[in-house]
Design a protein around this ligand. Structure first.
Ligand SMILES: C[S@@+](CC[C@H](N)C(=O)[O-])C[C@H]1O[C@@H](n2cnc3c(N)ncnc32)[C@H](O)[C@@H]1O
Length: 202
């Protein structure tokens, strides 16, 4: 299971350009999701790492974004890199205790959440979100566990149908898939089949 300590070690031992997920560009579907959100509405970017995704939303005009992450090392770096933005160390499993009625972007995290934490992770997202975009690696042809390139843990392969079931009572409004090419400066070049799902409260 990936723990806070493992993620802290990842951020201590890798500079931003060494991270496999560094500067993966948002695709048009993410921009489509963001277009439906008011610029002053609460937007939580869960598992924000060192903050680039929060900065992207800021540049698009969002003034009430907050980035959350399990790793204190990531949050320290995010605060240093983007001093005009808000970051909090909060596990996604408990994000519903801190925020309510939020728009949430969970970008490229879910495939690294261990099966024992999946239910509480998704339940918390279901409680906190009035709208949610969840983007994660999924490939029906891949084995369930694949060794992670950086954490010492695994990349999991959760079926989108199962994820939707666990997010109830949120309603899925759209789903799309694409290929993610990880940071080209990372030592291993790799592509992952990726799925995006948009949910809303009503
Ligand atoms: C693969 S990285 C993607 C980072 C980020 N979404 C981005 O694009 O820069 C996964 C991130 O999820 C965070 N994370 C892992 N488990 C978490 C949890 N249970 N709650 C909150 N963040 C978590 C890690 O610290 C890491 O920053």
């Amino acid at each position: 299971m990936e723990t806070k300590q493992q993620w802290d070690a990842v951020y201590r031992n890798h500079s931003p350009p060494q991270l496999p997920w560094y500067h993966i560009a948002f695709l048009s579907h993410v921009n489509g999701f963001l277009k439906k959100i008011g610029k002053k509405d609460l937007l939580i970017i869960t598992g924000c790492g060192i903050g680039d995704t929060v900065q992207i939303t800021y540049k698009k005009g969002f003034t009430n974004s907050v980035g959350t992450d399990i790793s204190s090392e990531a949050i320290i770096r995010a605060k240093k890199r983007f001093q005009h933005l808000k970051f909090k160390r909060v596990k996604t499993e408990s994000v519903h205790n801190k925020y309510k009625n939020a728009n949430v972007l969970d970008w490229l995290n879910l495939h690294q959440i261990s099966p024992e934490n999946l239910g509480t992770y998704l339940n918390s997202l279901a409680q906190v979100s009035k709208s949610l975009l969840l983007v994660y690696f999924y490939d029906p042809a891949r084995q369930f566990h694949q060794k992670s390139l950086v954490t010492g843990g695994f990349v999991y392969n959760y079926s989108p149908k199962n994820v939707s079931e666990l997010l109830k009572p949120l309603k899925k409004t759209s789903e799309f898939s694409f290929k993610t090419r990880i940071n080209t400066r990372f030592k291993q070049k790799q592509q992952f089949m990726t799925i995006g799902q948009v949910y809303s409260k009503d």
